[in-house]
Design a protein around this ligand. Structure first.
Ligand code: CO
Length: 134
């Protein structure tokens, strides 16, 4: 079951500048900054009601975010949904013909298990499923 639009992931070139911009835009400080070494990204999170904004900058030349930025530039990189049971959701989506980018849930930023659905099977949108690690 999908329970929330958890966050929007925004790819940015300059994390410090984008953090300052969103701090002004949202008129609040981020609640978290986190480096995700496995993905080669630095992240910054803002709360917006029941959802969040995740700013993402690549830290290595071959990280997915660095490659995305060089191809498409800054903008909305992914849409993340909270799900009640990530494994059950992955099985269901696979059965229904969606292409998953990871076979097993992996540890993402902000204390989540995550799985990505390929944009080619989701109308051009990279979809992230996430479930809070308890
Ligand atoms: Co995300």
């Amino acid at each position: 079951m999908f329970t929330n639009l958890e966050h929007l992931g925004l790819a940015v070139h300059d994390l410090e500048a984008a953090t300052a911009l969103y701090t002004t835009l949202l008129n609040q400080e981020p609640y978290k900054k986190e480096h995700v070494a496995s993905e080669g990204v630095d992240t910054v999170f803002f709360r917006v009601g029941g959802s969040k904004i995740e700013l993402l900058a690549g830290t290595t030349p071959d990280s997915a975010i660095t490659r995305y930025l060089s191809k498409k530039g800054e903008g909305i990189h992914h849409v993340a949904f909270e799900v009640a049971d990530i494994r059950a959701t992955m099985v269901r989506l696979k059965e229904q013909g969606f292409t998953l980018l990871n076979e097993e849930p992996k540890r993402g930023a902000d204390n989540k298990l995550v799985c990505f659905v390929h944009p080619k099977s989701a109308a051009g949108v990279l979809v992230e499923l996430c479930q809070e690690i308890v």
